[in-house]
Design a protein. Structure first.
Length: 412
């Protein structure tokens, strides 16, 4: 992405940028129609996409936001490089290849034309065709580098590799851990605390394979990878998680799962000694657990605050582990917040708040505004934490967060 040489003509840039208000208004309608068109004509791509995110509209919103950002910064695409890298990590993890991009481009342009009608003039469609080709080329180049890096590092591999479930451990009423070792007996690649792997499963009776991304929940450097999966029950808003329930009910020690190499940009900086604050909600504890395990192993003198929120102790995974770490490491402070604590929960020596995390309480337990903050959990939870930290005056560059699934926006 060079700024010294324009990749598009001035006319194309002006036309694309002129569509920004239209994309803001009709972006989700366009992306919803795009997915309907593309997946009806290329059902084989359902092997890649998360079907639940499609049904909930999260994928459509994420794509609409990405298209909007690209249009806004089409004259300086390096401005969206962090977003591009985040998406590219997911693409590499899922197995998106260069041959998929012309398919996406074709149906994205058709969707723009269908939704905007006569307002999508030939000039607009041609400008977006040129712009898409430039943007797609950026993704293809970055993803090619990522595929090569994943395949050439020690213990690395390309695409998917078979792993054996070494053991299965129930962590709470809703979360179970799977310890995974490579079937071929070879090494496994290092990863950064906070990264994830894609798990591909072939569920009997299902036409297509399903791929889900799960955070690695232990520190790197082990002979295994560990994922800790929440069983997603059906709610009014969404159906039961087909993959999480399949893993809980049908996958046991000795079974095989296919994994992609670790990926992701939500990572802990272990070259720094700045205090760290880890704030998790529910199953959002998984990437932060990898971080805290790494911190106590590799930087035992670094000050760490770990705050976890859950409905109650029955669904709170890894509490026993965190209590032991807090007892063994004086630089680690551990706090538990339960929405609806039981009498037993109130006896937990680390139980610190009933209800929800809020700004005044955060200030009472976190005394270092210059810390690096890492947050993961349900989107409403992360929005609350994000706005509390911003209100407190924590700089944007010190707030790090991870979405499970398509990226969203915490600022609104």
């Amino acid at each position: 992405m060079s700024t010294t040489k324009p990749l598009l003509s001035e006319k194309t840039i002006q036309i694309v940028q002129s569509t920004v208000p239209v994309l803001e208004e009709h972006g989700e309608q366009i992306t919803k129609h795009f997915y309907q068109l593309m997946l009806s004509n290329h059902p084989e791509l359902l092997n890649i996409f998360n079907h639940v995110n499609q049904k909930q509209g999260r994928q459509q919103k994420a794509l609409a936001a990405a298209v909007y950002e690209a249009a806004q910064h089409i004259d300086r695409l390096e401005m969206i490089l962090p977003v591009v890298k985040q998406i590219a990590h997911k693409h590499r993890s899922l197995g998106v290849k260069p041959e998929h991009y012309p398919i996406v481009g074709k149906y994205l342009l058709l969707a723009i034309k269908d939704v905007l009608g006569d307002a999508a003039t030939d000039d607009i469609i041609e400008a977006w065709k040129e712009a898409y080709e430039v943007i797609a080329d950026v993704f293809i180049q970055i993803e090619e580098q990522m595929y090569n890096e994943a395949a050439t590092k020690r213990g690395g591999w390309k695409d998917f590799r078979k792993f054996v479930v070494q053991k299965k451990v129930k962590e709470s009423d809703v979360i179970t851990s799977f310890y995974l070792v490579p079937e071929d007996g070879g090494d496994i690649s290092e990863f950064l605390p906070g990264q994830y792997v894609s798990v591909k499963v072939r569920i009997p009776g299902e036409t297509y394979t399903h791929i889900r991304q799960y955070s690695l929940s232990d520190a790197p450097g082990k002979e295994y990878y560990r994922i800790s999966v929440k069983r997603e029950a059906a709610t009014e808003e969404k159906p039961a998680g087909i993959v999480s329930n399949y893993l809980h009910e049908h996958i046991h020690a000795g079974d095989i799962l296919e994994l992609s190499a670790p990926a992701g940009v939500f990572t802990l900086d272990i070259t720094d000694d700045t205090p760290v604050v880890l704030i998790s909600g529910g199953v959002g504890i998984t990437p932060l657990l990898s971080m805290v395990n790494t911190l106590v192993e590799r930087q035992p003198k670094r000050n760490v605050t770990f705050i976890h929120a859950a409905i109650n102790g029955n669904v709170h995974a890894f509490d026993g582990h965190m209590r032991r770490l807090a007892e063994q490491h004086p630089t680690l402070s551990y706090y538990v917040c339960y929405q609806s604590p039981s009498d037993k929960d109130r006896q937990n020596p680390y139980f610190a708040k009933e209800g929800f995390i809020d700004w005044p309480w955060l200030q009472s337990v976190v005394h270092e505004k210059k810390a690096n903050f890492y947050c993961c959990g349900p989107i409403p939870f992360m929005k609350t934490v994000y706005h509390a930290l911003k209100e407190w005056g924590v700089p944007e560059e010190r707030i790090h967060y991870e979405f499970f699934g398509p990226a969203g926006d915490l600022t609104k």
